[in-house]
Every structure is written in C-alpha cells, then in structure tokens.
Write a protein that binds this ligand. Sequence first.
Ligand code: GAR
Length: 231
Amino acid sequence: MSPSDAPPNAKPKRVAVMISGRGSNLGALISASMASGYPCRIVGVVSDNADAAGLQLAADYDIDAKVVERKDHNSREAHEDAIQTIFDDWQPDIVCLAGYMRLLSGTFVARWMGSMINIHPSLLPSFTGLDTHQRVLAHQVTLHGCSVHFVTEGMDEGPLIAQAAVPVLPNDDADRLAARVLKAEHRLYPSALRLVAEGKVRITDSGTVLFRDFPEPDESAALYSHPVEDA
Ligand code: GAR
C-alpha cells in the first residue's frame, strides 16, 4: 500500500524524538510531519543537554520539549526512568533518536524494541561511533552515507531499515563530506520513519527486519534498502 492509498482516516503515529545537540534531523522530521498525509506527529522532544539547539526548534514549532540531564540523576537507570516517565505521559508509538549521543541501557532498549530507531552518519556496519567523516577520509573509501536502524543494545548496531549513499569526492574535507551526508540524512530519516509508521517494516523476535509492500527504491532520494518479503 502506498502512502497515497493509506486509509485516509489512519491516525498519525505519535513520535517522540530524543536529541543531544543541533537538531537538524529533528527539523527534517518536523518538516516531514507537517506535510499532508505523513503518518506521524511529533508529540515531544527530550534532550539530555540543556544547551541543545534543537530545543529552540521544538519551541518554534510549539512542540513539548523536556530537558533530562544525566548529571541530575544518580544512575543511568534513574536518568532513563525520568525519560520513561515523560514518555508515559506523551504515549509515543515510536521513539526516534536524532543525534542522541548517549548509550541506552538494555532495559530501556527492551522496552522500546521494534519501536525505537536511530540515524547514524555512516554506511553501517562500517564506521560506528564518533568522527565517522574523518575516519572515512582516513581510510580513503569512495562511498559514504547514512543509515537508519532499529535500536538494540550495542552502539549503532541494530538491524538496518534503510541507507543512503553519497560519494566521497576528491578534495573533500570532513566538513564538506559531513554536509553531503547530512543532506542525505534529512531525506532518509523521514522516509525510514514513514516505513515504520505505516507498518511496512518490522523487526522479528530473532532480530531480522521484514518489509511488506516495499516501494520501488527512489534513486533520486538515494534511498537504498534490502527488502525481505514477508511470509
Ligand atoms: C547526525 O549526523 C546523526 O546522524 C548523528 O549525530 C548527528 C546529529 O545531528 N548521530 C550519531 O552519530 C549517532 N551515533 P543533528 O543534531 O543536526 O540531527
């Protein structure tokens, strides 16, 4: 079923976004959610950093935003409990990590398994972690990009939903490359979230990702993926 023939009265999925900084992917998700027919509504933003620029973006769009800093809590568990309490109030269907730079515990991850997704600036499983653009240049690889995946316990390790590739060009520096990847991120994340929200992709108990009614890959959007027919 394509977005255009989704039931007109389908209720938009409630999405909470977790950030730590700039919030440009948050901005891309907000823009997408404002388009008619997009199957999600951003119900709130949680930041673990009171100085995150993304908080202002949430305010600009009248989206509820909460700061939950790690230093205000005695343990990772207490910090995540505080976030979960906010989620209990917002009742999100899906949680999007958008530059949330903190590893989540197994308990929190298990609570949201299959409903929590993350974007990472590399073609996973290559280049997990930080400074991906610098490392890509140091390794002289010719193809770089970004990935959206279901969140599991390991860092940047969960099963892939979609990836977008960009070339590494001669004379690129980390900033130029990062800007090219970020542009792809801003297209990829709303597309991947749409797939999850429309129930077109899901993770099985064994961690396999299954697609259904997968749309033809849109080359102009540089969206690449590996659909598996649902049985
Ligand atoms: C993005 O490039 C995102 O992929 C990355 O942080 C940046 C956040 O930018 N996330 C990770 O590295 C997660 N491992 P933004 O705040 O402008 O969206």
